[in-house]
Design a protein around this ligand. Structure first.
Ligand SMILES: C[S@@+](CC[C@H](N)C(=O)[O-])C[C@H]1O[C@@H](n2cnc3c(N)ncnc32)[C@H](O)[C@@H]1O
Length: 312
Protein backbone atom coordinates (compact mmCIF):
# COMPACT_ATOMS: atom_id res chain seq x y z
CA UNK A 1 0.00 0.00 0.00
CA UNK A 2 2.90 2.36 0.67
CA UNK A 3 4.93 1.61 -2.44
CA UNK A 4 4.90 5.01 -4.17
CA UNK A 5 8.21 5.70 -5.89
CA UNK A 6 10.01 8.96 -5.25
CA UNK A 7 12.99 10.23 -7.14
CA UNK A 8 16.18 10.65 -5.23
CA UNK A 9 17.07 14.30 -5.06
CA UNK A 10 20.11 16.32 -4.23
CA UNK A 11 19.49 19.09 -1.78
CA UNK A 12 20.90 22.33 -2.84
CA UNK A 13 21.94 24.65 -0.06
CA UNK A 14 20.92 28.21 -0.51
CA UNK A 15 20.43 31.26 1.58
CA UNK A 16 17.29 33.16 2.30
CA UNK A 17 17.11 35.99 4.75
CA UNK A 18 13.94 36.04 6.80
CA UNK A 19 12.92 38.00 9.82
CA UNK A 20 10.31 37.35 12.44
CA UNK A 21 9.37 40.23 14.67
CA UNK A 22 7.10 41.01 17.53
CA UNK A 23 5.61 37.63 18.37
CA UNK A 24 2.68 37.69 20.80
CA UNK A 25 3.56 37.94 24.46
CA UNK A 26 6.30 40.49 23.92
CA UNK A 27 8.90 38.00 22.84
CA UNK A 28 10.85 39.41 19.99
CA UNK A 29 12.45 36.88 17.77
CA UNK A 30 14.57 38.40 15.11
CA UNK A 31 17.08 36.26 13.40
CA UNK A 32 18.58 35.63 10.07
CA UNK A 33 16.88 32.51 8.82
CA UNK A 34 18.71 31.13 5.88
CA UNK A 35 17.01 28.25 4.19
CA UNK A 36 18.68 24.85 4.50
CA UNK A 37 17.50 24.01 1.06
CA UNK A 38 15.82 25.84 -1.74
CA UNK A 39 12.58 25.14 0.08
CA UNK A 40 11.50 28.71 -0.36
CA UNK A 41 12.60 29.56 -3.88
CA UNK A 42 14.83 27.19 -5.78
CA UNK A 43 13.67 23.76 -4.68
CA UNK A 44 11.00 22.19 -6.80
CA UNK A 45 7.75 21.16 -5.17
CA UNK A 46 8.73 17.50 -5.60
CA UNK A 47 12.05 18.09 -3.86
CA UNK A 48 10.39 19.90 -0.95
CA UNK A 49 7.94 17.06 -0.48
CA UNK A 50 10.71 14.49 -0.66
CA UNK A 51 12.58 16.40 2.06
CA UNK A 52 9.43 16.42 4.22
CA UNK A 53 8.73 12.74 3.57
CA UNK A 54 12.26 11.70 4.51
CA UNK A 55 12.15 13.88 7.64
CA UNK A 56 8.98 12.23 8.90
CA UNK A 57 10.19 8.75 7.98
CA UNK A 58 13.20 9.49 10.18
CA UNK A 59 11.13 10.41 13.26
CA UNK A 60 8.20 8.02 12.76
CA UNK A 61 9.29 5.52 15.44
CA UNK A 62 9.62 8.19 18.14
CA UNK A 63 6.80 10.46 17.08
CA UNK A 64 4.39 9.24 19.77
CA UNK A 65 6.91 10.13 22.51
CA UNK A 66 5.28 11.73 25.60
CA UNK A 67 7.26 14.97 25.00
CA UNK A 68 4.98 15.51 21.98
CA UNK A 69 1.79 14.94 23.99
CA UNK A 70 0.30 18.13 22.51
CA UNK A 71 -0.21 16.38 19.16
CA UNK A 72 -2.57 13.62 20.40
CA UNK A 73 -4.12 16.08 22.86
CA UNK A 74 -4.94 18.46 19.99
CA UNK A 75 -6.35 15.50 18.04
CA UNK A 76 -8.55 14.50 20.97
CA UNK A 77 -9.85 18.06 21.33
CA UNK A 78 -10.40 18.46 17.58
CA UNK A 79 -12.48 15.28 17.47
CA UNK A 80 -14.52 16.45 20.48
CA UNK A 81 -15.21 19.81 18.82
CA UNK A 82 -16.42 18.01 15.68
CA UNK A 83 -19.26 16.23 17.53
CA UNK A 84 -19.09 13.21 15.23
CA UNK A 85 -22.06 10.98 14.41
CA UNK A 86 -21.31 7.21 14.45
CA UNK A 87 -22.14 6.63 10.75
CA UNK A 88 -19.99 9.45 9.32
CA UNK A 89 -16.97 8.99 7.03
CA UNK A 90 -13.88 11.03 7.79
CA UNK A 91 -10.76 11.87 5.77
CA UNK A 92 -7.67 12.73 7.82
CA UNK A 93 -5.13 14.55 5.66
CA UNK A 94 -1.48 14.47 6.87
CA UNK A 95 -2.56 11.80 9.32
CA UNK A 96 1.01 11.08 10.51
CA UNK A 97 0.83 8.33 13.13
CA UNK A 98 -2.95 8.63 12.98
CA UNK A 99 -3.68 10.59 16.14
CA UNK A 100 -6.80 12.27 14.71
CA UNK A 101 -7.80 9.25 12.61
CA UNK A 102 -7.71 6.88 15.57
CA UNK A 103 -9.46 9.28 17.96
CA UNK A 104 -12.19 9.58 15.32
CA UNK A 105 -12.30 5.84 14.56
CA UNK A 106 -13.26 5.15 18.16
CA UNK A 107 -16.39 7.27 17.68
CA UNK A 108 -17.25 6.39 14.06
CA UNK A 109 -18.41 2.88 14.89
CA UNK A 110 -20.61 2.61 11.78
CA UNK A 111 -18.50 4.86 9.56
CA UNK A 112 -15.02 4.76 8.10
CA UNK A 113 -11.81 6.72 8.63
CA UNK A 114 -9.25 7.22 5.84
CA UNK A 115 -5.85 8.64 6.74
CA UNK A 116 -3.41 9.83 4.07
CA UNK A 117 0.20 10.96 4.40
CA UNK A 118 3.41 11.26 2.38
CA UNK A 119 5.46 9.26 4.88
CA UNK A 120 5.15 5.47 4.80
CA UNK A 121 6.99 5.35 8.16
CA UNK A 122 4.34 7.49 9.84
CA UNK A 123 1.53 5.51 8.16
CA UNK A 124 3.01 2.24 9.36
CA UNK A 125 2.82 3.50 12.96
CA UNK A 126 -0.81 4.51 12.40
CA UNK A 127 -1.66 1.12 10.98
CA UNK A 128 0.09 -0.70 13.84
CA UNK A 129 -1.84 1.30 16.44
CA UNK A 130 -5.12 0.72 14.66
CA UNK A 131 -4.44 -3.02 14.58
CA UNK A 132 -3.51 -3.04 18.27
CA UNK A 133 -6.79 -1.34 19.10
CA UNK A 134 -8.67 -3.84 16.96
CA UNK A 135 -10.29 -1.21 14.73
CA UNK A 136 -11.77 -2.44 11.45
CA UNK A 137 -12.98 0.97 10.24
CA UNK A 138 -9.63 2.57 9.31
CA UNK A 139 -7.47 2.63 6.20
CA UNK A 140 -4.14 4.42 5.71
CA UNK A 141 -2.87 5.32 2.26
CA UNK A 142 0.33 6.97 1.06
CA UNK A 143 -0.79 10.02 -0.86
CA UNK A 144 0.13 13.66 -1.45
CA UNK A 145 -2.50 16.07 -0.14
CA UNK A 146 -2.07 18.07 -3.36
CA UNK A 147 -3.33 15.03 -5.29
CA UNK A 148 -6.18 13.57 -3.26
CA UNK A 149 -7.36 10.56 -5.24
CA UNK A 150 -10.92 10.29 -3.96
CA UNK A 151 -14.27 11.06 -5.49
CA UNK A 152 -15.41 14.61 -4.79
CA UNK A 153 -17.88 15.02 -1.92
CA UNK A 154 -17.28 11.50 -0.66
CA UNK A 155 -16.61 12.35 3.00
CA UNK A 156 -18.74 13.95 5.73
CA UNK A 157 -15.70 15.44 7.44
CA UNK A 158 -12.09 16.23 6.56
CA UNK A 159 -9.40 17.04 9.11
CA UNK A 160 -5.77 18.07 8.93
CA UNK A 161 -3.94 18.60 12.20
CA UNK A 162 -0.60 20.41 11.81
CA UNK A 163 -0.52 19.53 8.11
CA UNK A 164 -1.75 22.34 5.87
CA UNK A 165 1.18 24.68 6.58
CA UNK A 166 3.58 22.21 4.92
CA UNK A 167 2.15 23.25 1.56
CA UNK A 168 3.54 26.16 -0.36
CA UNK A 169 0.05 26.94 -1.69
CA UNK A 170 -2.16 26.46 1.36
CA UNK A 171 -5.21 27.96 -0.33
CA UNK A 172 -5.12 25.43 -3.15
CA UNK A 173 -4.52 22.68 -0.58
CA UNK A 174 -7.50 23.66 1.54
CA UNK A 175 -9.70 23.93 -1.57
CA UNK A 176 -8.68 20.38 -2.52
CA UNK A 177 -9.51 19.14 0.98
CA UNK A 178 -12.87 20.96 0.92
CA UNK A 179 -13.72 19.34 -2.45
CA UNK A 180 -13.63 15.94 -0.75
CA UNK A 181 -16.41 16.96 1.66
CA UNK A 182 -20.16 16.81 1.02
CA UNK A 183 -22.14 20.07 1.08
CA UNK A 184 -22.91 20.82 4.72
CA UNK A 185 -19.89 18.75 5.79
CA UNK A 186 -17.13 19.96 8.10
CA UNK A 187 -13.43 20.73 7.69
CA UNK A 188 -11.11 21.04 10.72
CA UNK A 189 -7.57 22.43 10.63
CA UNK A 190 -5.13 22.93 13.48
CA UNK A 191 -1.96 24.96 13.72
CA UNK A 192 0.36 26.29 16.40
CA UNK A 193 0.05 29.82 17.73
CA UNK A 194 2.84 32.29 17.02
CA UNK A 195 4.59 31.74 20.38
CA UNK A 196 4.58 27.95 20.17
CA UNK A 197 7.85 26.26 21.12
CA UNK A 198 8.99 29.36 23.00
CA UNK A 199 11.30 29.95 24.70
CA UNK A 200 13.33 26.96 23.44
CA UNK A 201 12.88 27.61 19.73
CA UNK A 202 14.69 30.96 19.91
CA UNK A 203 17.73 29.34 21.52
CA UNK A 204 17.66 26.50 19.00
CA UNK A 205 17.63 28.86 16.04
CA UNK A 206 20.38 31.13 17.28
CA UNK A 207 22.59 28.18 18.16
CA UNK A 208 21.96 26.42 14.82
CA UNK A 209 22.82 29.57 13.00
CA UNK A 210 25.95 30.11 15.05
CA UNK A 211 27.18 26.84 13.55
CA UNK A 212 27.04 28.53 10.15
CA UNK A 213 23.96 26.65 8.99
CA UNK A 214 20.84 28.07 7.54
CA UNK A 215 17.30 27.72 8.74
CA UNK A 216 13.96 27.74 6.93
CA UNK A 217 11.20 30.04 8.16
CA UNK A 218 8.83 28.47 10.67
CA UNK A 219 6.07 27.10 8.46
CA UNK A 220 3.28 27.17 11.06
CA UNK A 221 3.70 30.96 11.44
CA UNK A 222 1.64 31.23 8.23
CA UNK A 223 -1.39 29.88 10.13
CA UNK A 224 -0.61 31.12 13.62
CA UNK A 225 -3.60 33.32 14.41
CA UNK A 226 -7.37 33.36 13.89
CA UNK A 227 -7.24 35.91 11.05
CA UNK A 228 -4.81 33.80 9.02
CA UNK A 229 -6.99 30.72 9.49
CA UNK A 230 -10.17 32.63 8.67
CA UNK A 231 -8.71 34.00 5.44
CA UNK A 232 -7.69 30.50 4.28
CA UNK A 233 -11.17 29.17 5.07
CA UNK A 234 -12.85 32.00 3.26
CA UNK A 235 -10.60 31.53 0.19
CA UNK A 236 -11.70 27.88 0.15
CA UNK A 237 -15.39 28.90 0.39
CA UNK A 238 -15.72 27.42 3.85
CA UNK A 239 -17.78 29.15 6.53
CA UNK A 240 -15.83 29.28 9.81
CA UNK A 241 -18.11 27.95 12.52
CA UNK A 242 -15.63 28.09 15.42
CA UNK A 243 -11.99 28.68 16.29
CA UNK A 244 -10.76 27.15 19.52
CA UNK A 245 -7.69 28.36 21.36
CA UNK A 246 -6.08 25.48 23.27
CA UNK A 247 -3.45 26.80 25.71
CA UNK A 248 -1.35 23.62 25.79
CA UNK A 249 2.16 23.37 27.21
CA UNK A 250 4.13 21.99 30.14
CA UNK A 251 6.96 22.84 32.50
CA UNK A 252 10.36 21.68 31.39
CA UNK A 253 12.63 20.88 34.31
CA UNK A 254 15.68 19.70 32.39
CA UNK A 255 17.26 20.11 28.97
CA UNK A 256 16.64 16.48 27.96
CA UNK A 257 12.91 17.26 27.88
CA UNK A 258 13.53 19.74 25.05
CA UNK A 259 15.93 17.41 23.27
CA UNK A 260 13.18 14.77 23.25
CA UNK A 261 10.98 17.23 21.34
CA UNK A 262 13.77 18.05 18.88
CA UNK A 263 14.72 14.41 18.29
CA UNK A 264 11.22 13.04 17.81
CA UNK A 265 9.71 15.76 15.62
CA UNK A 266 10.47 17.77 12.48
CA UNK A 267 13.46 19.55 14.10
CA UNK A 268 15.40 16.33 13.68
CA UNK A 269 15.56 16.90 9.90
CA UNK A 270 17.62 20.02 10.61
CA UNK A 271 19.93 18.14 12.95
CA UNK A 272 20.43 15.45 10.33
CA UNK A 273 21.88 18.03 7.95
CA UNK A 274 24.83 18.59 10.31
CA UNK A 275 27.91 16.38 10.17
CA UNK A 276 28.21 13.84 13.01
CA UNK A 277 30.84 15.97 14.70
CA UNK A 278 28.71 19.11 14.38
CA UNK A 279 25.70 17.22 15.76
CA UNK A 280 27.66 16.30 18.89
CA UNK A 281 28.98 19.83 19.35
CA UNK A 282 25.59 21.44 18.61
CA UNK A 283 23.87 19.24 21.16
CA UNK A 284 26.51 20.06 23.80
CA UNK A 285 26.36 23.85 23.28
CA UNK A 286 22.58 24.03 22.85
CA UNK A 287 21.82 21.82 25.84
CA UNK A 288 24.08 23.97 28.03
CA UNK A 289 22.15 27.10 27.00
CA UNK A 290 18.81 25.35 27.56
CA UNK A 291 19.92 24.13 31.02
CA UNK A 292 20.88 27.69 31.97
CA UNK A 293 17.49 28.95 30.82
CA UNK A 294 15.61 26.24 32.74
CA UNK A 295 17.64 26.81 35.91
CA UNK A 296 16.33 25.45 39.21
CA UNK A 297 12.77 26.61 38.76
CA UNK A 298 11.90 25.07 35.40
CA UNK A 299 10.46 26.88 32.39
CA UNK A 300 6.99 26.81 30.84
CA UNK A 301 7.21 25.30 27.35
CA UNK A 302 4.47 26.86 25.26
CA UNK A 303 2.65 24.67 22.74
CA UNK A 304 -0.49 26.78 22.24
CA UNK A 305 -2.71 25.57 19.44
CA UNK A 306 -5.61 26.84 17.35
CA UNK A 307 -8.28 24.51 16.00
CA UNK A 308 -10.53 25.96 13.29
CA UNK A 309 -13.75 24.24 12.25
CA UNK A 310 -15.47 25.23 9.02
CA UNK A 311 -18.59 24.18 7.18
CA UNK A 312 -18.97 23.68 3.45
C1 LIG B 1 3.47 17.58 12.03
S1 LIG B 1 2.96 16.06 11.33
C2 LIG B 1 1.29 15.97 11.93
C3 LIG B 1 0.77 14.56 11.96
C4 LIG B 1 -0.60 14.37 12.63
N1 LIG B 1 -1.65 15.03 11.88
C5 LIG B 1 -0.56 14.87 14.06
O1 LIG B 1 -1.34 15.78 14.39
O2 LIG B 1 0.26 14.37 14.83
C6 LIG B 1 2.73 16.49 9.63
C7 LIG B 1 2.48 15.32 8.71
O3 LIG B 1 2.12 15.85 7.43
C8 LIG B 1 2.67 15.01 6.43
N2 LIG B 1 2.72 15.76 5.17
C9 LIG B 1 3.43 16.89 4.91
N3 LIG B 1 3.20 17.29 3.64
C10 LIG B 1 2.32 16.41 3.09
C11 LIG B 1 1.69 16.29 1.82
N4 LIG B 1 1.94 17.15 0.82
N5 LIG B 1 0.81 15.29 1.63
C12 LIG B 1 0.56 14.38 2.60
N6 LIG B 1 1.14 14.43 3.82
C13 LIG B 1 2.01 15.43 4.07
C14 LIG B 1 4.02 14.61 7.00
O4 LIG B 1 4.53 13.45 6.38
C15 LIG B 1 3.67 14.41 8.49
O5 LIG B 1 3.33 13.08 8.78
Amino acid sequence: MFQTEYDTVNYEVCSIISRYRGLDGGIELEYTAKSITSMEKRMTDTDRKEFIRRGFDLVAQGYDHPSLYFMPETARRMVNHLELQPQQNLLDVCTGTGVVALAAAEKLTQGKVTGIDLSSGMLQQAENKSREKGYDNTQFIQMDMDHLAFAEESFDIATSSFGLFFLEDMTRGLKNIARMVKPGGKVAISSFKADAFSPMVQLFMRCYESFGHELPPLSWQRLSNSELLESQFSAADLKVSSIHHEPLGYTMTNSQMWWDVVWNAGWRSLISLLSEEEQREFKKVHMKEVSELIGEEGVWFNTEVLIAIGEK
